[in-house]
Write a protein that binds this ligand. Structure first.
Ligand SMILES: C[S@@+](CC[C@H](N)C(=O)[O-])C[C@H]1O[C@@H](n2cnc3c(N)ncnc32)[C@H](O)[C@@H]1O
Length: 440
């Protein structure tokens, strides 16, 4: 039987010079010719590195001391930054973070599509602190400490970070980590709580407690007391999304108001954009780039709850939103009615399939917006090319997918890349959100 030998790590921290930044924001150096990714290091720096792991392709390490600092280095504001993986770039100045993101998009476009846009958009930025209105918090009972931890994962990925406050969670969630941990410690099923999914609506905070064993009446009382004391709405979830149940039994919908006076109601498990401020700026920029006009007929693919569809509808003749998740479409239709928007239609469709014969595809669209998941929109691109749309606006949460799809759109389907830019949807992380305008 094959035996796995434990990796031998270099015991003492050693000095290294950092050459570059990886796509996930780690410093890159080399040891004996092999690439090493170093957490917390910046290009041009001399640092002491502790070897933490690796595999046959690369090694991994973490900075223990900065010997010669980069001029771009800043003191991280968060006292848990060294351990918590919720942020990975807080030691880099905000202007350099966004430069890094733009460069990531640029390099991806060059590498995969061999092109650049005709012009670059100025990066979109908003507040870098307390921007997260949606988060999945891990929960772990640490037997050795007889303590519950609630927070993001540690930088090493294995454990939950021991943190009592968060600089990026939107208020009042930023301050609820300790009270949540104390409350879970009091539960009989404390070892069987896997995570808490939090959403902040305009008037409410919703917490979904994912539990792997049934909640008894005593535990339910503890959860309800917490909800009352901290003015939050408490949901439980025993299995899949269909088992989400509101313990606080409120009859009020969760909602947020957005631009043009639109009210968006949602369920706590629905996809909503994480950063509310940036979301508004992104929608406004999308409207601008597509130059929406009263006679436009727009197709919005991967529309979710209608985050773009509803505000766009106020500016155009007609808009059709297509989304794969039926329950999101139900809520999108509800939201269109709620906002008295009658030039909007929504349909459920799996956009990996061909929809040439679908009724919604037969409409004469002149503009298209797509906002696909990380995997991109590869399968639906030929269908978009078959519309008469002159402009396609692509909102992307993964620059490599956007670059791969740009290659197909420009080098095979007859589009050109007019403008592209990045949006700082997730400050202090290496996550790159971008927007690209194609025309033909
Ligand atoms: C990044 S979200 C964008 C949602 C929306 N545009 C917004 O701004 O909130 C991507 C959306 O694509 C949907 N989606 C993922 N795969 C899909 C598929 N194969 N067909 C249709 N929709 C899909 C997801 O359910 C999700 O709502």
């Amino acid at each position: 039987m094959a035996r796995h030998r434990r990796r031998k790590l270099i015991e003492q921290p050693f000095e290294a010079v950092i050459e570059d930044l990886s796509h996930d924001g780690r410093g890159i150096t080399r040891i004996n010719g092999k690439v090493m990714f170093v957490n917390g290091a910046l290009p041009g720096e001399s640092v002491l590195v502790k070897h933490t792991g690796g595999n046959k392709n690369f090694e991994e390490g973490v900075v223990t001391e900065v010997l010669k600092a980069s001029v771009d280095r800043v003191e991280a504001k968060c006292k848990f930054y060294q351990i918590c993986n919720g942020c990975t770039m807080m030691h880099l100045s905000p202007s350099k973070q966004i430069e890094f993101k733009q460069n990531t998009l640029k390099q991806n476009l060059l590498k995969m599509a061999r092109l650049q846009p005709d012009s670059w958009l100025l990066p979109l930025t908003d507040s870098a602190w307390h921007y997260r209105r949606r988060a999945r918090l891990s929960v772990r009972w640490v037997i050795a400490k007889d303590k519950i931890l609630v927070g993001f994962r540690e930088k090493n990925g294995r454990y939950v970070a021991d943190m009592d406050y968060c600089e990026i969670l939107q208020k009042p969630l930023d301050d609820l980590l300790m009270p949540l941990a104390k409350m879970i410690e009091a539960l009989k099923i404390r070892q069987h709580i896997a995570q808490i999914e939090a959403s902040i609506a305009d008037d409410d905070v919703a917490l979904i407690v994912r539990h792997l064993k049934p909640i008894n009446l005593v535990d339910e009382k503890i959860l309800l007391e917490f909800a009352q004391k901290h003015n939050v709405r408490m949901f439980s979830q025993s299995k899949g999304p269909k088992t989400i149940f509101e313990l606080t039994k409120s009859t009020k919908p969760l909602y947020f108001d957005m631009l043009d006076g639109i009210r968006m109601e949602f369920l706590p498990s629905d996809f909503i954009q994480v950063n509310a401020g940036m979301n508004e700026k992104m929608i406004a920029q999308a409207m601008d780039l597509l130059d929406l006009q009263k006679e436009d007929v727009v197709l919005d693919l991967f529309c979710g709850l209608g985050n773009f569809t509803l505000p766009f509808s106020k500016k155009v003749k007609q808009i059709v939103g297509i989304e794969g998740e039926k329950s999101l479409v139900e809520r999108a239709i509800h939201n269109a009615k709620l906002n008295k928007l009658d030039n909007v239609k929504f349909e459920v469709a799996d956009l990996r399939r061909n929809h040439e014969n679908s009724e919604w595809f037969k409409v004469n669209y002149n503009k298209v917006l797509i906002d696909p998941p990380r995997s991109g929109a590869w399968e639906v691109l030929p269908l978009i090319a078959k519309t008469k749309a002159k402009y396609l606006l692509y909102v992307s949460c993964h620059p490599a997918s956007l670059a791969r799809d740009t290659d197909r759109l420009v080098n095979h389907l007859g589009f050109k890349l007019i403008k592209a830019g990045v949006m700082d949807m997730f400050p202090h992380t290496s996550h790159v959100e971008s927007i690209a305008l194609f025309g033909r």
